[in-house]
Design a protein around this ligand. Structure first.
Ligand code: CA
Length: 235
């Protein structure tokens, strides 16, 4: 791995002055910021890109922030969500947290506090991801993968050499066992920013994994495609 990728934040806020000020300050903290000004734009961005955090205003034109949070969770997207609430109402906060937000701030808020909470949420999420870290030698079914050596052994104990990208994709899917990993996240993690190959490329990788590791590659037990969304590994 080269230098770690900048953390990406989706900023959903319709008040332009506040939006611009937040964006500027987040960028000064070296975050990569994507802007959305209403609920529809937010949901579109969420389905197109991978984010490390969503900052979400509640009062938005069209779909409100609470519904956006709810939709994100219905889609099984675990991205941390920080709600910005204009109304100092505990009912609102409770609803936001119930619908899947991880934290909230009441407007007007202190910028430093917001930046601290952003940092904390991103770090907490990183720790959670690390907890799911896969060991260097990982076995499933009758297969063994050795990530350090970039090789695997299938049920017939045949040695399979893995390319760097195959190894990275396997690791990513296994780290997120039983969860759909979105194509955008795969492209970002394995291929890096702005070097997006077509999704057919990922399909070919998955087909190879099935050939390597499945008992019956046409009825896969471990490597699943979830149409229009991404890919899932199950043990
Ligand atoms: Ca608003």
């Amino acid at each position: 791995m080269t230098e770690p990728a900048r953390k990406s934040i989706l900023l959903v806020e319709d008040e332009e002055n506040l939006h611009d000020a937040l964006r500027l300050n987040l960028e000064l903290e070296n975050y990569q910021v994507t802007s959305a000004y209403d609920g529809n734009q937010a949901l579109k961005a969420i389905s197109d890109e991978y984010f490390d955090l969503v900052i979400l205003d509640v009062m938005l034109p069209g779909i409100d922030g609470i519904s956006v949070a709810e939709t994100i969770r219905v889609q099984h997207n675990p991205v941390p969500i920080l709600i910005l609430s204009a109304r100092n109402s505990s009912a609102d906060r409770i609803l936001g947290l119930k619908k899947g937000a991880d934290d909230y701030l009441n407007k007007p808020f202190n910028l430093e506090e917001l930046l601290l909470r952003v940092q904390k949420l991103i770090e907490k999420n990183e720790r959670l991801q690390e907890r799911n870290a896969v060991p260097n030698r990982y076995s499933f079914g009758k297969n063994i993968i050795d990530f350090r050596a970039q090789e695997a052994f299938n049920k017939k104990n045949e040695r399979i050499r893995l390319s760097k990208k195959e190894s990275m994709l396997l690791k990513l899917l296994i780290e997120n066992k039983n969860e759909v990993v979105k194509r955008e996240k795969i492209l970002q993690t394995v291929w890096g920013y702005h070097v997006y190959p077509t999704t057919r490329t990922i399909d070919n990788f998955i087909l190879n994994f099935r050939k390597y590791f499945e008992e019956d590659s046409r009825n896969p037990r471990h490597f699943h495609s979830v149409r229009g969304v991404g890919y899932k590994y199950t043990e």
